[in-house]
Design a protein around this ligand. Structure first.
Ligand SMILES: Cc1ncc(COP(=O)(O)O)c(C=O)c1O
Length: 449
């Protein structure tokens, strides 16, 4: 493939190519910033997140829907409409001299798909536009992103503080993996700001949290924790998977780095695994770029291409799935066989005030506890017809899972209890089906409990 140029919406010719991306990410161009739109969501979001910043071409802000269709597009000499899938491991050079220059970062362009690929670069730029981040790196899975973001900034002898309510694999990395390399970790109740303060040591380098957490939908005051991290001279990394990039902006709230499993809402159709790390150019430069380049958890260009197309419909999907989740949560709350219901859009959520402050929408996940503990939960799950039993989430298909025996199965019952994961808990991920059909499915399944 020949030279790529960044295209502007409306087919305008792009600015001259100055080197879109290469192994030396210093020359990557910055993504455009955006702001949210549309009715009530827009008002909530604008109140929470002081976007927009003007785009440099028209001086007018672009809306998220526009950015997610156009941002980051690179066009080849064939001027294709849709983003091209550059299914290539490497690139060829005009001369040995050019090759040498490319390797030392003096000649802009791509080298090798372990660390840069045009399709992956398009996805990274589009994710930057979505998140309002300066730089991004995509990875093969969400766990590769979490692991690289956590391991990049630390050295043996450093210390990490993390919220205890984490997805099982995230907790494994903090609790078991980092200590193997001489990095100590402390788990705290993330809702308790004093616990974060008290956990700080002179060698604390990183704070890490998920909010809302998987699967208990526990919400942490990100701005308050970011302040404590800053005072401690530590970096705050937020796993924003459950919130989705549409409903929560950790960087705007003071976090230094955001990580995603793009496997979830970003693909949103259950097809490809992927992950992303978003932060400042400096963060990516100092902590992430070399680690990813040299250790190689690269995202496949094919998966990047699928996710680029998926981003075009992200706002439509997440808004619709969130609306349906809110309807289902209200319906479930009134059912006698539901002992407990947790949903970020309800006033009875224990951290409703923080949600109102930091989230633009209540997201697509519901946690509920049915009567009869594990046996009751299993009867409920086994009777579902439209919701399918699956540990994935954020999918167009509605999914249900029993966290105690799957995502959080490796913990002792005591640890699970401390995380709020009960034997009767079921996590629902609400999809794109009609909410009336989903309620009928839940009604039928609850009758079997
Ligand atoms: C909160 C959270 N973070 C990270 C991950 C890991 O993502 P992946 O499965 O893409 O590695 C998951 C997966 O469920 C998750 O729920």
């Amino acid at each position: 493939m020949g030279a790529c140029t960044p295209a502007e919406p409306g087919g305008q010719p792009a600015r001259p190519r100055t080197g879109i991306t290469d192994q030396n990410h210093k020359i990557r161009q910055k993504g455009h910033l955006f702001f949210f739109t549309n009715g009530r969501d827009a008002r909530m979001l604008r109140a929470n997140f002081p976007f927009p910043k003007a785009n440099p071409v028209s001086q007018k802000p672009r809306h998220v829907e526009t950015e997610l269709v156009h941002a980051g597009t690179l066009r080849s000499q064939f001027a294709e409409t849709s983003e091209a899938l550059f299914l290539t491991q490497g690139h060829v050079y005009d001369s040995a001299e050019q090759c040498e220059k490319r390797f030392v970062g003096e000649d802009p362009g791509f080298i090798y798909a372990r660390f840069s690929n045009p399709t992956v670069a398009m996805l990274e730029k589009r994710l930057c536009a979505l998140e309002g981040a300066e730089a991004a790196r995509c990875t093969a899975t969400g766990m590769a992103a979490v692991t690289a973001a956590l391991m990049g900034p630390v050295r043996a002898g450093d210390h990490v503080v993390a919220a205890q309510a984490l997805f099982g694999s995230c907790r494994y990395v903090v609790e078991e993996h980092l200590p193997r390399y001489g990095v100590e970790s402390t788990l705290v109740d993330g809702k308790d700001l004093d616990a974060w303060r008290k956990a700080v040591r002179p060698n604390t380098k990183v704070f890490f949290l998920e909010s809302p957490s998987n699967p208990t939908l526990e919400v942490i005051d990100i701005a308050a924790v970011a302040k404590i991290a800053k005072e401690a001279g530590a970096i705050l990394i937020v796993d924003n998977v459950f919130a989705t990039p549409l409903w929560q902006k950790p960087l705007e709230l003071g976090a230094d780095c955001v990580v995603y499993s793009t496997t979830k809402h970003i693909d949103g159709q259950g097809r490809c695994l992927g992950g992303a790390i978003l932060a400042s150019e400096k963060f990516i430069n100092d902590h992430v770029h070399t680690l990813l380049r040299q250790t190689g958890p690269a995202l496949s260009p094919f998966n990047a291409w699928v996710m680029l197309k998926a981003l075009e419909t992200l706002p439509l999907r997440i808004r619709r799935q969130t609306e349906s989740a809110a309807v289902l949560a209200d319906w479930l709350a009134g059912q006698p066989k539901v002992k407990k219901l947790i949903y970020c859009g309800r006033k009875d959520h224990p951290q409703a005030e923080i949600i109102a402050k930091q989230m633009g929408g209540p997201t697509t996940l519901i946690a509920l506890e049915v009567q009869g503990d594990k046996a009751g939960a299993y009867r409920f799950l086994n009777a579902l017809k439209i919701f399918r039993i699956s540990n994935n989430l954020g999918d167009a298909k509605s999914l249900a899972v029993h966290p105690a025996t799957t995502t959080h199965q490796r913990f002792t019952p005591e640890v699970r209890a401390s995380m709020g994961v009960s034997e009767g808990m079921v996590r629902l991920s609400v999809g794109l089906e009609h909410p009336d059909d989903l309620i009928a499915d839940l009604e039928n399944a609850l009758a079997q409990v």
